[in-house]
Design a protein. Sequence first.
Length: 171
Amino acid sequence: MVARVRELGLEVTPGYASDLEQLYGPEWREKAARARTASTLAYQETLAAATPVELVAAAFILYGALVVGGGKQTQVKVRKVLPGCDHKLFDIADDMKAARMAFKNKFTAIGKEFPEHADALEALAARFMALNNGVVISISCVGGRVATGLGVAGAVAVAVGAAVWWSRCGR
């Protein structure tokens, strides 16, 4: 199942890294690590220990936010909040309509190809959405521009954790 998700060719970590470097400077990794909340750390630990079925559910939520709900339209909106950032995170595809269709078709196909995991994927997707929301809520009290930056930092920590796990497992 993880291989099927990888077929989408989505690589968002470089965009996160670029945006964080613009926001925090060359020491962004250390600054992002210091900004981690308990919710972000718990999410990272969950991803590090995740099974392939859990990773597919997490990928649906993490990538879905960028592909289905993101892209160039979101990039324009977020640029208004943080104008000094290119927001390369949202550079998913030039043709977002085609990217959304490929994304939706891929996850529909996964459900059909692995029907024994369909119910678990649905339940786990809800779990990972709750974890995402927990990360956002954990930093929302900071306010304004700082909260947005920390939200990006928290999201990159989660995405990097997933990317490291996938590469470590050779999937």
